[in-house]
Design a protein around this ligand. Structure first.
Ligand code: NDP
Length: 318
């Protein structure tokens, strides 16, 4: 993608930062945010992106150019778990402001989440048409944040005739920000904390490496439409969360302690039919992707991870 004028929210985050940095090489990229992490702001500017302060909870977009061709709306106010009104308001209003401001854009991408599904069955492959109403006991306001913003994106796509794609992300991971859920779990392991897993069986997800995120964002924009197109966005493989923990333990030598009980953080697996038709397959297999990410984020384990990879050269699924 070249020569476009791109607006990115959530550009300091794990998902959108690598996209903004990559696109800034050949496009005019603007990142909006509060920039609580000045290092992330500096990195974005070094990569060639412009940055502007914007708090999605309070600020309008006065003073910002209107001639953006593409918008990646990745910022989220997840809420504090209790204030549903404020969570719904912040995510709905900020999405409405962005879409109204950029109504002449070629494509608007709203990054949603698999958390919107009513994920009652951990073995079901969720399709875009499946029942919504996700619950997240670990942060009850989060599904409301995503469902309300999806509603605004659908509504304004049609009233403004703004081509829109709502991409329901599974679990993204990679060497940016906190690294994603797998790296958060690894830190827990490293700190000697037990990892909660189901009493029986395991939770499954579709891990998506940020290299694929970067490659697929322009493809998603190409798939934007009116009415808004809704698509699951996850990695091709179904990954057991317990398998993931054990693999990270094997790679690094850090022991994993499993806390089998009723309160593990639930995940979901996706049906990929619509995503494959729209943007094709993924390119990063989860095991090499996880090994690479651990080595990039945790220097102290780099040598050991390299030795493990040398001793297990059997390819991506080994
Ligand atoms: P992070 O938690 O890494 O980053 C959140 C981003 O939102 C930051 O860039 C932050 O910018 C911005 N933000 C938060 N509050 C505000 C605010 N009040 N005003 C302006 N910006 C704000 O998020 P991820 O990168 O992990 O997630 C990106 C998107 O993907 C989100 O919409 C999330 O719901 C979705 N998603 C992510 C998944 C994942 O695995 N990571 C899975 C499923 C969905 P700053 O602090 O600089 O203001």
């Amino acid at each position: 993608m070249r020569g476009k004028k791109i607006l990115v929210t959530g550009g300091t985050g794990q998902v959108a930062r690598p996209v903004a940095e990559a696109l800034a090489a050949d496009n005019e990229v603007w990142c909006l945010g509060r920039f609580g992490d000045p290092a992330a702001r500096e990195a974005l500017e070094e990569a060639g992106a412009r940055t502007a302060r914007w708090d999605m909870a309070t600020d309008d977009l006065a003073g910002l150019p209107r001639d953006f061709t593409h918008v990646l709306h990745s910022a989220v106010h997840r809420g504090d778990g209790k204030d549903f009104q404020e969570t719904a308001r912040v995510n709905a209003v900020s999405t409405a402001r962005l879409m109204t401001h950029c109504s002449a854009a070629e494509a608007f991408l709203y990054v949603s989440s698999g958390v919107v599904y009513d994920r009652a069955d951990r073995n079901h492959r969720y399709r875009e048409s499946d029942p919504l109403g996700g619950a997240a006991p670990w942060l009850p306001t989060y599904p409301i944040a995503k469902i309300t913003a999806e509603g605004v994106a659908r509504g304004l796509a049609e009233t403004l005739a703004l081509p829109t794609v709502i991409a329901r992300l599974n679990i993204a991971y990679g060497p940016y920000g906190h690294g994603g859920v797998p790296m958060i779990l690894f830190r827990q392991m490293r700190d000697g904390q037990a990892c909660a897993v189901p009493r029986e069986g395991q939770n499954y997800c579709n891990l998506l490496h940020t290299d694929d995120v970067v490659r697929q964002v322009p493809l998603l924009w190409d798939g934007a439409g009116v009415p808004a197109r809704v698509v699951n966005w996850g990695g091709d493989e179904e990954v057991g969360m317990t398998d993931l923990l054990e693999y990270m333990s094997a790679l690094t030598g850090v022991p994993v302690r499993l806390d089998r009980g009723d309160f593990s953080r639930e995940t979901a697996i996706f049906d990929h039919t619509a995503r494959r038709a729209l943007i094709g397959d993924c390119s990063v297999d989860w095991k090499p992707g996880i090994a690479r990410t651990l080595a990039e984020l945790f220097e102290e384990y780099r040598e050991r991870i390299g030795a493990y990879a040398d001793a297990h050269p059997a390819g991506p699924s080994q």
